[in-house]
Ligand binder design. Structure first.
Ligand code: ADP
Length: 244
């Protein structure tokens, strides 16, 4: 589903992503872990080209971008449609209801008719446990509920891959569980997901593959058991010891 090769990205003189390769199969959940500043978010953002690497190729589905070549606006738009993104701070429109937030993408980007978009938005919001909050504005929702609207919004685009950038790290601890439950349900249903998170128990329980990054490199990848229990990499051990 995703094939990233040789991804290199600099911010000025800082080499943030160094020859990153990653494969994600359809229906797989890949969890990216690593110390703060190791490049996890930047890598996730390159997957839907919110950050443009200077070098490398990314193939998602049947579309490929080669970042050493000029990329047309049209192919960029097509490419982006394949992934939905869930941000740390949900980025909801404050003056839109939950329903309107979820409808916005389909109506403005995909030109879906309002009635159809409304029906689908209600369906998805119900699925993430917010069937009784369709008309609520973000300020009337808890952080966890807002984040579930964020997930609903990513799902409403019909994207085949959902990218999660630390989706629970801005939440009060008691609200984290509900958001993770929604993500677990999506995983069970076979959604392809790439998740940057510090929730190791989620990684252990849900990930097909855990990727450990440090200083812009992928140090290792494997099953949760391999990475959490059998690693031979010093840097992985140090990281895991620190966060326990
Ligand atoms: P992580 O998600 O692992 O915490 P990031 O991908 O956010 O790491 O950041 C990797 C490095 O790139 C950090 O040193 C960070 O300060 C730097 N960085 C991230 N975004 C930018 C930016 N827009 N401009 C300059 N430097 C950035």
């Amino acid at each position: 589903m995703i094939k990233a090769r040789n991804i290199n990205k600099h911010f000025g003189s800082l080499h943030v992503l160094k020859d990153i390769d990653l494969d994600v199969q359809k229906g797989e959940v890949v969890v990216v872990i690593g110390p703060s500043g190791s490049g996890k978010t930047t890598f996730l953002r390159t997957l839907n080209v919110l950050e443009k690497p200077e070098e490398g190729k990314i193939k998602i589905g049947d579309q490929q971008l080669d970042f050493t070549q000029p990329i047309s606006k049209k192919s960029l738009i097509q490419f982006r449609k394949q992934t939905g993104m869930v941000f740390q701070n949900h980025n909801l429109f404050p003056h839109f209801t939950a329903m309107e937030n979820v409808m916005e993408g389909p109506v403005t980007v995909q030109k879906v008719r309002k009635e159809a978009a409304r029906e689908r938005a209600a369906e998805i919001l119900t699925k993430v446990g917010l069937g009784n909050k369709l008309e609520a504005y973000p300020h009337q929702l808890s952080g966890g509920q807002q984040q579930r609207v964020g997930i609903a919004r990513a799902l409403a685009t019909g994207a085949e891959v959902i990218l999660f950038d630390e989706p629970t790290s801005a939440l009060d601890p008691e609200l984290v569980g509900d958001v993770l439950d929604v993500m677990k349900e999506l995983a069970r249903e076979g959604m392809t997901m790439v998740v940057v998170t510090h929730e190791m128990s989620f990684a252990e329980e849900v990930a097909d593959k855990v990727v450990f990054m440090d200083h812009g490199n992928i140090i290792e990848e494997g099953t949760p058991h391999q990475v959490f229990n059998q690693t031979k990499e010093v840097r992985t051990k140090q990281f895991l010891n620190r966060i326990q």
